[in-house]
Design a protein around this ligand. Structure first.
Ligand SMILES: Cc1ncc(COP(=O)(O)O)c(C=O)c1O
Length: 440
């Protein structure tokens, strides 16, 4: 077992970390009971903690590390750039090259603004839509997450009621209309009533923040057609799906062109860069061409831009990796499905391209409401037992497991075996609980 060396150093670091960081972490999802492991290094599909334990990583920077940790092409180019400086705050040829590449890969990317994070991208995409349409309301979907800003934090799994009442201005929440994902009638109905006041519909084309939930047939097409009908803009939040579903993201995969799209995560294989891409007339709202101010010190910095160019160039040269990763993902899902059945566990596994998630429920999971019906206590045990086996998946039911190019056939088989062991442990636990309940 790869987690045999104890956790002494992680425990000590967690104690130190908790003195000056909130709960010892810098993003809530990184904390889990009783303390997270502390990472020393990573390579390929593996992370190594400070105690010398190794884990097969299925978190992969929450989708950012499409090509794997420390991917050579990217790291070599970044290293070369570092010796030439890390920030100029004036335009570079690199930015020109990157935006030309983005324009070639992404169907809607006529004009691009580089930013630093997904949250920044979705926040400004909404401001652009409001400025362009001169309307206030936006529609988002229950359970979709677009970053931790108030415009979209309403009803994402990351929000809590107290936060809404104490920290969010009322006008923000009242201008955010929430609809169930994959409900075509609800969207048609809502747009019939308020469509002419709606600046934009923002959507994760594949929902990856309530577990994994692909769009049902006709859902994305309906969003596109009601937006056109009412003069609202369609924003695809491709922070997860961008460069992962296909080189051109979900808009290429589903052949639906939004008015604006946001990208981050896999764009630079683990470096902090994001972008807003969209129709020229819409994007021209932004200063200095238009009057909508948006600026950032680190936007377009040469280090992250270099990482993005290296990543995208690699993907352009090796388009076949998408099929390969999907095949491996399907193999893992198929092994998991067999083991779920053999162990008599009620579970559903949703997957698409190189992403998957298991839900401990017998229901189909097609929106946030159905995702919430799954047994999250059992998911916690699943996560903890997998960690003991040396497999690191995101600690929450409402996240997604990501493969990278480094998850080869051997790793997939080994993961399948480890998951098999964990499922039989869970099955034994469940049957003990049933026995105790029936004795009572
Ligand atoms: C769909 C989606 N949009 C936006 C964001 C926010 O991105 P970032 O964490 O880079 O701010 C995330 C983060 O997980 C996301 O999953």
């Amino acid at each position: 077992m790869s987690r045999g060396r104890g956790m002494d150093k992680s425990i000590k670091l967690f104690e130190r970390a908790s003195k000056h960081m909130v709960k010892g972490v810098n993003s809530p999802i990184r904390y889990f009971e009783p303390y997270p492991f502390f990472v020393k290094r990573a390579r390929g599909c593996r992370v190594y903690d400070v105690d010398g334990n190794s884990y097969i990583d299925y978190c992969m920077g929450y989708g950012a590390l499409l090509l794997g940790h420390a991917f050579k092409d990217v790291i070599d180019d970044v290293r070369a750039q570092l010796s030439k400086g890390s920030l100029y705050c004036m335009p570079t040829e690199h930015e020109v090259e990157l935006t030309e590449l983005l324009n070639r890969c992404i169907p809607c990317a006529e004009t691009i603004r580089l930013v630093n994070t997904g949250m920044e991208a979705t926040y400004h995409a909404i401001r652009i839509a409001r400025a362009y349409t001169k309307r206030r309301k936006i529609i988002k979907f229950d359970g979709c997450y677009h970053g931790s800003h108030d415009y979209t934090l309403v009803k994402s799994y990351a929000s809590v009621d107290e936060m809404l009442s104490s920290a969010m201005l009322e006008g923000v929440a009242s201008n955010t209309i929430i609809l169930p994902y994959n409900d075509i009638d609800a969207i048609k109905d809502a747009m019939q009533k308020i469509g002419d006041d709606v600046a934009a519909i923002i959507v994760e084309p594949v929902m990856a923040n309530a577990g994994l939930i692909p769009p049902s047939n006709g859902f994305l097409e309906t969003l596109s057609s009601v937006c056109r009908e009412h003069g609202s803009l369609l924003i695809f939040d491709e922070v997860v799906t961008g460069f992962r579903l296909a080189l051109g993201g979900a808009q290429e995969y589903y052949n639906i062109k939004p008015d604006i799209a946001t990208f981050a995560k896999a764009m630079a294989n683990g470096f902090a860069i994001a972008c807003i891409a969209g129709r020229r007339d819409v994007m021209s709202m932004l200063a200095p061409e238009g009057r909508l101010y948006q600026g950032s010190t680190f936007a377009g910095n040469p280090v992250c831009v270099t990482a993005a160019i290296a990543t995208i160039r690699y993907l352009m040269r090796h388009r076949s990796i998408y099929r390969l990763m999907e095949k491996r993902c399907n193999e893992l899902v198929s092994m998991m499905s067999d083991m779920v059945r053999d162990n008599g566990i009620e579970a559903r596994i949703n997957s698409i391209a190189s992403m998957l998630q298991i839900f401990f429920t017998s229901n189909e999971v097609r929106d946030y409401a159905t995702a919430k019906l799954s047994n999250t206590t059992l998911f916690k045990s699943y996560f903890k037992e997998l960690l003991k086996q040396g497999v690191f998946i995101p600690p929450s039911q409402f996240e997604v497991c990501f493969l990278s190019l480094a998850h080869d056939d051997t790793i997939i088989r080994s993961t399948g075996e480890k998951i098999g062991r964990v499922l039989s442990i869970l099955a034994r636990e469940l049957s003990k609980r049933v026995e105790v309940t029936s004795r009572e």
